[in-house]
Design a protein around this ligand. Sequence first.
Ligand SMILES: [Zn+2]
Length: 77
Amino acid sequence: MVRLPGCDGGGETTVLAHYSLAGISGRGYKSPDALGAWCCFPCHQKVDGAEKSEYTRDQLRLALAEGVFRTQVEMSR
Ligand SMILES: [Zn+2]
């Protein structure tokens, strides 16, 4: 659902990637699953910062936020 270039479309590697948000998550507080996006391994590596990408932090946060929106729509169907 995050759909960065290099996205493998998920399948076996899909995990719920949580969006960090001030006031919701932080030290000792994990984001709730409601702020999760179904995310494949290649996308997760980038939005987590585990792998360098050509995107800025803001671009990666936007991609993850859009992934959360898409996931919420899918889950509400
Ligand atoms: Zn992906």
